[in-house]
Structures are given as structure tokens and as C-alpha cells.
Design a protein around this ligand. Structure first.
Ligand code: SAH
Length: 364
């Protein structure tokens, strides 16, 4: 692009300051914030309550939206995946998952990902770049506008999970900035309590996040109960091995609110990390560190060319029972949107020829 300011990443006070630098009164900033963040408008032309000459000036120096929707895929279970492009042509993916009592939007924190988890398709893209706060916020605007109509208040609560492409804790500043914008009651009002950030285990950032009072919930991707296997599946483990990771989790745990739990995610790979012995090892590991977490078992979402198969339903159930018998709350996550490459670890900017609706140039 140009040097235009991405307005979707600015908080209300920042937008006020911004319009003041253009010689406009503060209330214009508040008006603009409501238009972008509450009404989820994505072009200055639509903000008809602003004077025309101001809109013209704004479009010279700023952008109301920067992401372009390339394609949308809708799965039979209602899951929607959006493939978008940044102004500099990089892929961004977001998944909207409707559930009975709430919707969950899974957003990306980076385009591609620098980590090299062997079971994840996104890893194959490498890191293209970290997303800006505005690009993070816009993913939510796009998903909500598409699901309900521009600016329409969602009928259910919206939960957010930073589990799309990228490692959110390697982009913590922009992520927190985006979350602050989204939590504004005059905007989307999605509070941190509705947000979960998932990490492969960037220990210093876990400790940093622990210090922040209005922080989101945290989930840790574990995938193995011991270093040897984890080094292989998640190379980040060589930098921050399990012992260090769990010590950081202990520190984080002390800052949890009364009903809040730390979550561990465990992708289940057939014949790799799903034996009874590994279930016992995992339970002992968490118990030894005295961590009262819950564990989410995620059956592997296969994708060519990943060299794994998902564990069978029976194995997942057995694994779960062993963990539960050792006092660990365990849940099995149902895959959503696998056939449209919308499930965990499948985001790699794939164009699939199924249920495809190409919205090139559309800017919902
Ligand atoms: N980088 C962050 C967030 C993105 S991954 C992290 O590692 O947590 C989100 C979740 O999807 C992680 O728990 C990851 O372990 C899981 N995952 C990755 N690839 C998967 C796959 N192919 N099948 C199932 N889960 C997968």
C-alpha cells in the first residue's frame, strides 16, 4: 500500500487524536470509531453521517479497511472459512464456527507461521509476516458481516480464539492492541474473557501475559508428554522444553480468576502420541507440576502432505479415560469444517473446489 493509516487498528482515543491532527473536532473521531467498530462499515463512502469533504480527505490519508476477501467456503456443518489478502498480497484466513449458544471466530495472528510443527499445514507456508492490529480486527468484522449482515448485532455471544495461522505470542503487541479495540463497549464489545489465545509455548511471552490484568485466556499446545517426542513434533520445544514451559504455566496459573482454567491442547496422532503409556505420562506430568488444567484432545485433521493419521475414536476415548482416572478434566474436540480445510492445522491458504463461492473484489 502506501503510508495510509489503517483506522481499524486504532482505539477510540487514538482515532480522536487522529482526526484532531486533520483539524477536526473530537466528536468526529468518536463518530468514526462507531462507524468502523460498531456498524462495521468498511468504506468511507458508507459512512454517510460524515461530511463528504471529510470522507474525501480521509480516503487520501487513511484506510477504512485493508483486507480483501478472495474466497469463502461453507461447510455442511455451517462452518465458514474466509481466505483474504492483505494490501501487500499475503494470505489471511479466518474461520467462523456457529454453535447453539455462541459463535466462535478463529482468527489468524500472522500470515503463515514461523514454527515448524510437523502436524500442521500452516507450517508449510513459513512466516510471511505478522498481522497488524487492524488486520486482526478486520477478520472479525468480515466474519460477522458475512454471517449476519453489515453491522447487525450477532444474536448469540461471540467468542474469539487466536488459533488460526501463526503464533499469537510472537505478535503479542499487535494482538493485545487489536483485542483492546474489540473490547470497547462503543465498538464490538468483545471482552477479553471471551477470547482464548493459543500458544506453542513462547515462554517469555507467557510470563509477560501473566502480568496483564485484562488479558485473554490461555491455551498451550502440548502434543507430546515428553521432550524427545515434542522436540520432533514441535521444534520450538528445543528452545523452551517442557520443564520450562510448565514452570511458566505454574506462574500463569497463579493469576487465573476463580473459574478460569488453563487449557492444554493435545493433537491426537495415530500411533505417534496416543498410547496408554503416553496418556499416563501426560497425566503424571501435569499432576507432578501441580497444574489444574483441562486438556482438549484434538483428533488430527489430516491434510496431504502431512505424514499423520488421526487416532481412532476408540483410542481417543481410551486416552481420555486414562487422563480422567488421574483427575484431569478432559474434553474431546469435534473437528469442524474439515472438508473445506477450515479445521485446526489446516489453514494454508488452500483453494478447494468444494462449495466454492469466489467473491473476488468483494469487500463485505
Ligand atoms: N501457534 C498456536 C496457534 C495455532 S494452532 C499454537 O500452536 O497453539 C491451533 C491448534 O491447532 C494447536 O493446538 C495445534 O496443536 C492444533 N493443530 C495444528 N495442526 C493440527 C492438525 N493438523 N490437526 C489438529 N490440530 C492441529
Amino acid at each position: 500500500m502506501d503510508n495510509a493509516v489503517q483506522l481499524t487498528g486504532l482505539s477510540q482515543p487514538e482515532l480522536v487524536t487522529f482526526v484532531e491532527t486533520l483539524g477536526e473536532p473530537a466528536y468526529r473521531g468518536r463518530q468514526l470509531f462507531a462507524a468502523l467498530q460498531h456498524r462495521r462499515l468498511r468504506s468511507f463512502d458508507e459512512i454517510t453521517d460524515l461530511p463528504k469533504d471529510l470522507r474525501a480527505r480521509l480516503s487520501e490519508v487513511a484506510r477504512a479497511a485493508t483486507l480483501k476477501i478472495e474466497s469463502r467456503y461453507i461447510s455442511d456443518d455451517g462452518t465458514r472459512r474466509y481466505l483474504m489478502k492483505t494490501h501487500d498480497g499475503l494470505p489471511v484466513e479466518t474461520v467462523f464456527i456457529p454453535e447453539e449458544r455462541r459463535d466462535t471466530i478463529c482468527f489468524s495472528s500472522q500470515s503463515g507461521c514461523p514454527l515448524q510443527c510437523t502436524f500442521c499445514l500452516t507450517a508449510q507456508l513459513g512466516l510471511l509476516r505478522s498481522l497488524t492490529a487492524g488486520e486482526i480486527v478486520e477478520q472479525i468484522h468480515i466474519a460477522l458481516n458475512d454471517a449476519y449482515g453489515t453491522g447487525v448485532k450477532p444474536p448469540r455471544g461471540t467468542n474469539l480464539v487466536a488459533m488460526g495461522a501463526g503464533e499469537p505470542l510472537l505478535n503479542l503487541d499487535q494482538l493485545l492492541k487489536g483485542l483492546r479495540v474489540m473490547s470497547d463497549p462503543q465498538g464490538m464489545h468483545i471482552v477479553p474473557n471471551r477470547v482464548t489465545v493459543s500458544t506453542a509455548g513462547v515462554v517469555p511471552r507467557i510470563l509477560e501475559l501473566a502480568q496483564i490484568s485484562d488479558r485473554p485466556h490461555l491455551a498451550i499446545s502440548l502434543a507430546a508428554p515428553a521432550d524427545e517426542l515434542r522436540n520432533e513434533l514441535m521444534p520450538i520445544n528445543k528452545r523452551w522444553p517442557i520443564q520450562e514451559l510448565l514452570s511458566a504455566c505454574r506462574v500463569f496459573e497463579k493469576t487465573l480468576k476463580p473459574n478460569e482454567r488453563l487449557t492444554f491442547e493435545y493433537v491426537m496422532l495415530d500411533g505417534v502420541n496416543d498410547s496408554d503409556e503416553q496418556a499416563r505420562q501426560l497425566a503424571n506430568l501435569l499432576n507432578r507440576h501441580n497444574i489444574k488444567a483441562k486438556v482438549n484432545l484434538i483428533p488430527h485433521n489430516p491434510a496431504d502432505p502431512l505424514p499423520y493419521r488421526p487416532s481412532t475414536d476408540e483410542t481417543v476415548e481410551r486416552f481420555k479415560n486414562i487422563l480422567e482416572s488421574k483427575g484431569i478434566h478432559t474434553y474431546v474436540r469435534r473437528p469442524r469444517g474439515r472438508e473445506i480445510f477450515a479445521a485446526c492445522g489446516q489453514l494454508a491458504a488452500r483453494q478447494v473446489p468444494l462449495n466454492i463461492e469466489t467473491l473476488v473484489g468483494a469487500n463485505t
